[in-house]
Design a binder for this molecule. Sequence first.
Ligand SMILES: [Zn+2]
Length: 413
Amino acid sequence: MCLADITGRIAADLEYLKQFTATPGNGCTRLPFTKEARAAVDFLKKIMAEAGLEVREDAAGNVIGVMKGEDENAPCVMMGSHYDSVTNGGDFDGIAGIVCAVEAARQLKEKNIKLKRNFVVVGFCDEEGLRFGTGYFGSGAMLGNRDVEYCKHYRDQDGISIYDAMKGYGLDPEKIGDAKWPEGSIGKFLELHIEQGPVLDAENIELGLVDCIVGIQRYMVTVHGRADHAGTTPMDMRMDAVDAATKVISKIADWAREKADGTVATTGYIHTVPGGMNIVAEQVDFTVDIRSRNNDNISDIANRIRAALDRETAQMGGSYEIDTKLVITPVMLSEEMLQIMEDCCREKGYSYKRLPSGAGHDALEIGQVIPTVMLFVPSRDGRSHCPVEFTRYSDFARASVVMTELAEKLLTA
Ligand SMILES: [Zn+2]
């Protein structure tokens, strides 16, 4: 199978999948537990089956395809990514990692490799976490980190819980525990993903071998003050939630700049209540997203935010709450698999570079407990989470060749 043919197969799958969006003509919007998600999963099941995989959907909405090896109980080699998207996102974020894993299965079948252990292709449900303000739902469930309480706790902007959304989608949330894989059953994991940053494209490099994924902490902060007339309430007699909240928010970026290790911190959402031009705000909700290769940097910034909230809300005479949305420590990826991929790139003449991932991925959740590696392909101009996101199909094809070689080495060992 030559690279042009592989490119053609990947292009055909990804072009077909483009139609499963809630915003046709304006990027991919495929939120979890929607009809667009269902349609994409049905197509993935079809191409998995055609590639010779035994296909099923688990209790968390993950789609799983298995190519059986000699010893079905030996720790498997798993490859995949997520099939959901953000709102008005790109066509390849996540889904390309599943399509390339299916392509790797096709190539293994064509090479007639005798597998000693199972090769598993997975499409994860709700990695982005946009709808419910969470993240890594399907991959977390696979590790046993999601339960019924979790499903009931998190709600979307319409007040629909994960629990109810799952029911509407045809899943039984009471069975979420069944999505867990027995300890030791997943031997190794690889995720192919678009880079979502500018490095590979700017340096004209075909493949990124990811050696570390940064850690992430996400918080929703609510500051409580008191609503009053903006004209008649003197400055020293008001409890202005905006005043207190913004004093904290304004410091967060500077705290991140003080740190090394690619530390970043972002407040991407601010909401005031009641939100009137002539009313002192009684409440401010804002988010904080902190990331770094070094977990101490993340924790230090989170602690400084808490201390500043203590100080500013006491000053104002109000109060605050912090809802922890996500805590994930940085992950160093598998040197063994990096080495195999590096050898393969050299042998095939593909240009490559080692780099860290600043974005969280299912590999971040899984890499906490299972030897994991990631492969990046270039994102044109580094753009992602927007409709102009683009990667060349030939780059995906080269990645699938490396994935196949890695799978072959691991599955025959
Ligand atoms: Zn993604």
